[in-house]
Design a binder for this molecule. Structure first.
Ligand SMILES: NC(=O)c1ccc[n+]([C@@H]2O[C@H](COP(=O)([O-])OP(=O)(O)OC[C@H]3O[C@@H](n4cnc5c(N)ncnc54)[C@H](OP(=O)(O)O)[C@@H]3O)[C@@H](O)[C@H]2O)c1
Length: 286
């Protein structure tokens, strides 16, 4: 790999942590961005840099001298995105943006949501880019961890909805390629897990990984809608999520082979993910 310096936003998060770790292990210069550069969640041995995606000046400083950036956008609104992307693009020549499978070229802007708006901001920034249009993350099921630990159940809506959840390491593997190799410029990669699995089966597989039977309990959609609206503070987001999950009963999420074609290794299964994260779902001893 080259001698460039790569700025990694979200470096304390699920995907960015693995990206920063892999780049470090490959001897690539990494700048791991966090609002708290002393965070214990940053990988050891990488150079930490303070930055806030809602403060463009801080991004300009963080990216100064870097050539490439990995970008995620952790907000439910795209407000401030143009300024943030411009601040990055004033420093780096390539941006790899973690987008979502729900973005479709040619679809109305409102259907492509925040991710579509971010793609537009990056496309218009003057930097070259790669978009990683990821499907649902397997880490989303960590929202069930409390229920599994306390009662061995998952009470949630639409157990028959089938999702091709992706392991965060598989996204990171593709991101590292896109960050360090030139041939991914201008590409929009749709990345998913290797198989669509119903939510009820996801709960069962997590139970098998932790050695504690885990039962699906179907909740009325409106109960989960209220819960999500409360957690996110965004009713439209909750409505959209519930409608989307309902649609996955008749029409499971697609499965792509894009990730394996780029990395040369098979996509990790949901069972592997559950095994990797068993400790997150297990009750502490005692
Ligand atoms: N979940 C899905 O199914 C899904 C599907 C497609 C795309 N995505 C995209 O993936 C992203 C999440 O990735 P992830 O799971 O790897 O992240 P994560 O584990 O949820 O962590 C969030 C990251 O965002 C950073 N962050 C939050 N607010 C920030 C701010 N104001 N300034 C700078 N950094 C900030 C946090 O860093 P600090 O707290 O250290 O500052 C942290 O590293 C989402 O934002 C979404 O756009 C998700």
């Amino acid at each position: 790999m080259g001698t460039e310096t790569i700025l990694v936003t979200g470096a304390t998060g699920n995907v960015g942590h693995h990206i920063a770790t892999q780049l470090r292990d490959a001897g690539v210069g990494v700048r791991a961005l966090s609002r708290d550069p002393s965070s214990p969640r940053l990988p050891a041995g990488v150079s930490a840099v303070a930055g806030d995606l809602s403060r463009p000046d801080s991004l300009r400083d963080a990216a100064a001298g870097a050539e490439v950036a990995f970008l995620l956008w952790p907000f439910l609104s795209a407000e401030g995105a143009n300024a943030a992307v411009a601040a990055l693009a004033g420093q780096v020549r390539r941006i790899v943006y973690l987008s979502a499978i729900s973005v479709h070229d040619g679809a109305p802007a409102e259907e492509n949501g925040v991710w579509g708006e971010l793609e537009r901001a990056v496309e218009g920034s003057g930097a070259s880019w790669t978009f990683l249009r990821a499907g649902g993350f397997a880490t989303n099921t960590l929202a069930w961890a409390g229920q599994i630990r306390s009662a061995g159940i998952v009470r949630w809506a639409y157990g028959a909805a089938a999702r091709s959840l992706i392991h965060e390491r598989d996204i990171a593997d593709v991101a590292v390629r896109a960050l360090t190799e030139g041939q991914h410029e201008g590409m929009k990669y749709v990345l998913t897990g290797p198989q669509a699995i119903t939510q009820a089966d996801q709960a069962r597989i997590i139970g098998e990984a932790i050695g504690v039977p885990t039962r699906w309990e179907e909740a009325p959609a409106d109960e989960i809608r209220e819960l999500l609206a409360g957690i996110t503070g965004d009713r439209a987001f909750a409505d959209h999520a519930l409608d989307y999950w309902a649609s996955l009963i008749a029409r499971p999420e697609p499965v792509t082979r894009t990730g394996p074609e780029i990395t040369g290794r098979p996509a990790r299964t949901f069972r592997e993910w559950a095994q990797d994260h068993a400790a997150d779902f297990r009750s502490p001893p005692g």
